[in-house]
Design a binder for this molecule. Structure first.
Ligand code: PEP
Length: 248
């Protein structure tokens, strides 16, 4: 389903006390500046329960940054989609570029993670995006197409319909360098066309991520194929995060 959505990826930031502080700030900020946009925080998994409790009375939902590719079993250290769903979370990031790079997640892992999420009614947010060398080589559209195809080829059309896709150029993540609205729109339009060719509908949500902040969100979100943002650094500041959500 296509809708306006802003998600805040906290990455490996916050402790119990600073997470509570940020969640409290977020609730206050949303009270003062309510948003019509669907909003989600994606804190470290240990904070999910606290975030779900906090969001009972506030206008945001909760997600996780990763789930296991397997069902329950002897997989020490893993957190399953069933566990996450049972805590009341709604979203799960799949294939964030930091996980692809540092944890060597393969396309098979990512397809399995998506399936696990969908089995447990978690909304998978499939993250894709090219590195700087790929952008500079000019082959970025083919690269992104491949990141979509290698997972789509393992999914049923109805599973693809239920994905959110986040286009996050790696060169823009945490660097302060944002893709221009035109650069982002070009890729989003290609993604939407590819999804349409694959499943006969393009009614899916496609987010932009990469140094999105209050000063550039409006221009990015005004593009015809950009439905919102996956926000890293700026989501650690409640004022900035809510300002981004109110940039449509
Ligand atoms: C991210 O990590 O998903 C991200 C978009 O980070 P930042 O906004 O800090 O670039």
């Amino acid at each position: 389903m296509r809708r306006s959505l802003v998600l805040g990826n906290w990455k490996q930031n916050t402790t119990k006390s600073t997470a509570l502080e940020l969640l409290t700030d977020l609730s206050k900020e949303l009270n003062d500046n309510p948003t019509k946009t669907e909003l989600g925080v994606i804190p470290p998994a240990l904070v999910v329960q606290m975030a779900v409790e906090q969001c009972q009375n506030s206008a945001f939902e909760v997600g996780v940054q990763n789930v296991s590719s397997t069902n329950a079993g002897a997989f020490t250290g893993e957190v399953g989609a069933d566990m996450v769903a049972s805590m009341g979370a709604k979203y799960a990031l799949v294939g964030h570029s930091e996980r692809r790079e540092y944890f060597k997640e393969s396309a098979d892992d990512l397809a399995n993670k998506i399936v696990r999420c969908l089995e447990h009614d978690l909304l998978p947010v499939y993250c894709i995006g090219e590195q700087l060398e790929v952008r500079q080589s000019g082959d970025y559209l083919a690269f992104i197409k491949n990141q979509l195809e290698e997972v789509f080829s393992q999914l049923q059309p109805e599973q693809i319909t239920n994905l959110v896709i986040a286009y996050e150029p790696v060169w823009a993540i945490g660097t302060g360098e944002t893709a221009s609205a035109e650069q982002a729109q070009e890729v989003h339009a290609m993604i939407r066309q590819l999804v349409h060719a694959k499943i006969g509908t393009d009614n899916i949500t496609i987010l932009y991520g990469g140094s999105c902040k209050p000063s550039n969100a409006k221009e990015l979100f005004s593009q015809p194929d950009i439905d919102g943002g996956l926000i890293g650094g700026a989501s650690l500041n409640a004022k900035d995060f809510v300002a981004i959500a109110n940039s449509f």
